[in-house]
Design a protein around this ligand. Structure first.
Ligand SMILES: *Cc1c(COP(=O)(O)O)cnc(C)c1O
Length: 445
């Protein structure tokens, strides 16, 4: 009966994820089979879980009859396959670069459901966006207003836009990932009048179709207070713009940042609770301010793909040091998941062949990269392991592969989607040959 208790000790794995052989299964596929078939390190996504998360965000808006968009912030994980899935679920996407936009184009994603973000979009990126008539450009700064005005004149086009403002709200979260405080690099400041100036500039050019106001206050947020704060702030701005400039806001975009559970101490709210709080706050504030109820857009990234992702690694060498937790080295590391090294992000890891086995020691899971900071986990209780065992790191789906690098000229891992008991490669594993594909010999000597 010990096994059953253990299921609940790590509630990031559901009991139905242990198959008849006792192995971890993902989307109905044995994780050891995946490791064998595709090799490790391997990034695996449970596609049904991605679809479900999107639905959960959408459902509350629909139940409240709010004009809304759930826009997947695709920087969390961008690939042709994920854009296809989001499209199938009638979602919207955020892109932040020409590369992400090109990926969405190649995926056949409907361009009218794309929002283009960024604090320094290049002319080439904006041209690509305008050529493909993306549905929304979120203007971040005055330089961008000028640049866009020039391109729109040149191309003789109009474009829907939103203005990103800095709401002066700092979400209660890790300071490395705060973006809503007043001295953020993103968006127009309210207090100094920059946002008003930006609105006037946009309204004075008929090539801009001014749709709404955007703010994003941070990431991995666990409380509704920050979102209620941003909803109130955006309504306040909408009210001010209506009375001062006779501009009526159609859409309030409150950004993303909905927290997920990485480790036991994380206690995120359900998607429904976040959306419910946002809808209530906007409705109430709009009523008080006597402005028409605007549409509400949200931009979840991490919460869509994070919990659906697994990184599979194979155990190799081990170093025992008397008085310290041993190092257990795996065949991946900061090249496929830099978050632990970058901001001490934590994860839970299980032994794929027996996630319910009794833990016998606490180890440090070390990567294979030549960097002392390349530790995937500083403290992980595990059963006994041997070289060749497969470890499954949980909830790795957001900002893991997306931030992958070729440090030490290690190839980036493959990515596999699993659903209904079937698996399919969606990003091929890089090879050693790929590591030199773009190199050219120096010939000027
Ligand atoms: C990164 C980002 C998001 C998504 O944040 P998550 O924490 O992944 O939900 C949403 N909107 C904007 C503007 C962002 O930059």
């Amino acid at each position: 009966m010990l096994k059953v208790e253990n299921y609940f000790m790590n509630d990031q794995i559901r009991p139905d994820q242990i198959n008849s052989q006792g192995h971890l299964q993902i989307g109905g596929v044995d994780s050891l089979t995946l490791a064998e078939q595709y090799g490790t390190p391997l990034v695996v996504y449970d596609v049904a879980q991605i679809r479900e998360q999107i639905h959960r965000f959408q459902a509350v808006f629909e139940a409240n009859h709010v004009q809304s968009e759930v826009s997947y912030a695709s920087k969390a994980f961008a690939a042709i396959a994920i854009y296809q899935v989001v499209n199938q679920e009638h979602g919207h996407i955020d892109v932040v670069s020409g590369g992400e936009l090109m990926t969405a184009i190649k995926a056949g994603f409907p361009m009218d459901r794309v929002t283009f973000h960024g604090n320094n979009k290049s002319e080439a990126e904006l041209r690509l966006a305008l050529d493909h008539q993306v549905g929304m450009i979120v203007i971040d700064n005055f330089y961008e207003i000028e640049l866009l005005s020039r391109l729109l004149d040149e191309l003789d086009l109009q474009t829907p836009v939103m203005l990103r403002i800095t709401p002066g709200i700092s979400a209660h979260t890790n300071e490395y990932i705060q973006t809503g405080q007043v001295d953020s690099k993103f968006g127009f400041d309210l207090g100094s009048g920059q946002a008003d100036q930006a609105l006037q500039a946009v309204l004075s050019n008929p090539r801009f179709q001014m749709k709404g106001i955007h703010a994003h206050i941070g990431s991995q947020i666990f409380e509704v207070a920050g979102f209620e704060g941003v909803a109130n702030k955006l309504v306040e701005v909408a009210k001010h713009w209506q009375s001062e400039f006779n501009y009526q806001t159609e859409i309030l975009n409150v950004g993303g940042g909905f927290g997920i559970r990485y480790v036991e101490n994380d206690h995120p709210l359900a998607p429904e609770e976040f959306v419910d709080a946002i809808v209530k706050a906007v409705k109430k504030a709009a009523k008080v301010a006597k402005i028409p109820e605007p549409g509400i857009w949200i931009e979840p990234g991490r919460s869509i793909v994070g919990p659906a992702g697994y990184n599979l690694y194979t155990v190799g060498s081990r170093k025992d040091i008397p008085g310290y937790n041993p190092f257990l080295s795996v065949d991946g590391g900061m090249g496929d998941n830099i978050r632990p090294a970058l901001y001490e992000a934590e994860y839970e890891t299980v032994l794929a062949k027996d996630p319910a086995a009794e833990n016998v020691e606490t180890v440090r899971i070390a990567g294979k990269y030549c960097e002392s900071g390349d530790i995937l986990s500083r403290s992980q209780a595990l059963p006994k392991t041997e070289p060749g065992d497969v470890l499954a790191m949980l909830d790795t789906g957001a900002y893991g592969f997306a931030m992958a690098s070729n440090y030490n000229r290690n190839p980036r891992p493959a990515v596999v989607f699993v659903e209904n008991g079937q698996s399919q490669l969606v990003i091929q594993r890089e090879t050693w040959e790929d590591m030199v594909r773009l190199d050219l010999p120096y010939e000027l000597n």
